[in-house]
Design a binder for this molecule. Structure first.
Ligand SMILES: C[S@@+](CC[C@H](N)C(=O)[O-])C[C@H]1O[C@@H](n2cnc3c(N)ncnc32)[C@H](O)[C@@H]1O
Length: 316
């Protein structure tokens, strides 16, 4: 994959978000082994490597072969990192197969990269025409066009409602089912036109963003991936190890917030018990009492930073 694409411009691949903050929370041991669970163009990995000394190591995971290729170019022959093409829900297996046990920190920067959005042939964008693919790993799983073909109206509406929080979910699902009777919907432009036929005027752009987001989440099983990842990442961390997570929309952040709260909880006695008898201790200490957001200055230079929320904990 990716041979014909412009992945040589690794610096344009993606501008990383909240870099300084992520490193501050992540790196407590300059000789530790770290996992960048969302390697992308290698922007965050570059910054982690810069913060480590000669003994430090980074395992960079991404399911997109183009991301691995771009990161290889960006990070050159630095011997302290290794790329692994995998789903981040498999972080435990990746760490084990890499031969490491004690992980000092895990970073995850969820969502799509600018590269994925900017390449119409990947099918993530409603702004340019391309095949309706949306797979972060184009060599595995079913593309978005297949979901649009095989799911029934209620299932499509449920995806648009749950993953896109789209109010016109049912109407849009119905329009898709009507349209596909004449021929399969295979291009991003065709899907965009269906959405625009249901939602007109100034609301159309927001609906387009929500529908494309919803489909992308379904195609890549993003929320299931995040849930499995959070639990597995906690397990691979050594005591004192850090988890730093950057999320971009409320569905992602809700999962992260809930997981953090659960792990930070002390007593788990039922609410009617007056005196604690469980003796349960918090498993993590939350380092970001308030969620960390990008500065105005960063947002000016990188609009993706506007919706970014960073949370971090240390394993007890
Ligand atoms: C926002 S980008 C990361 C950018 C990166 N931090 C950088 O500095 O360039 C998210 C990356 O995570 C990858 N990704 C998303 N979900 C994944 C999953 N479940 N498993 C593995 N990689 C995933 C995407 O392919 C994408 O390259």
């Amino acid at each position: 994959m990716g041979g014909h694409r412009d992945i040589s411009a690794a610096d344009r691949f993606h501008v990383p978000v909240l870099v300084r903050e992520a490193i501050e929370y992540l790196v407590a041991d300059r000789r530790g082994v770290y996992v960048d669970a969302t390697l992308g163009g290698g922007g965050h990995t570059r910054a982690i490597l810069d913060a480590l000394d000669a003994g430090g190591r980074v395992i960079g995971i991404d399911m997109d072969p183009d991301a691995i290729a771009a990161a290889r170019i960006k990070l050159g022959d630095d011997q302290r990192w290794v790329p692994v093409q995998a789903r981040f829900s498999h972080i435990k297996e990746v760490v084990k197969e890499s031969g490491y046990k004690e992980i000092a920190g895990v970073l995850a920067d969820f969502g799509v990269s600018s590269y994925q959005i900017d390449h119409p042939e990947r099918g993530f964008s409603y702004m340019a025409d391309g095949p309706l693919d949306m797979r972060m790993n184009p060599n595995a799983g079913a593309p978005a066009s297949e979901l649009l073909q095989k799911l029934d109206e209620a299932e499509l509406a449920s995806i648009f409602h749950r993953y896109g929080e789209e109010r016109m979910a049912r109407k849009i699902a119905r329009a898709i089912v009507t349209k596909r009777k004449s021929r399969p919907i295979q291009r991003t432009r065709e899907l965009a036109e269906i959405v625009e036929s249901v939602v007109s005027g100034k609301h159309a752009v927001k609906s387009l963003a929500r529908i494309f987001q919803a489909l992308r989440i379904a195609v890549n099983e993003e929320l299931q991936e995040i849930e499995t990842f959070l639990n597995a990442a906690f397990q691979v961390l050594k005591p004192g190890g850090r988890l730093v997570v950057i999320s971009y929309h409320s569905l992602e952040d809700r999962l992260v917030k809930r997981f953090f709260r659960e792990k930070a909880r002390g007593c788990i006695c039922p609410p009617e018990v007056l005196k604690c008898t469980c003796g349960h201790q918090p498993e993590v200490q939350i380092l970001t009492k308030k969620v960390v957001r990008a500065s105005e200055n960063e947002i000016q230079n990188n609009p993706r930073a506007r919706s970014a929320k960073l949370r971090a904990f240390e394993k007890v």
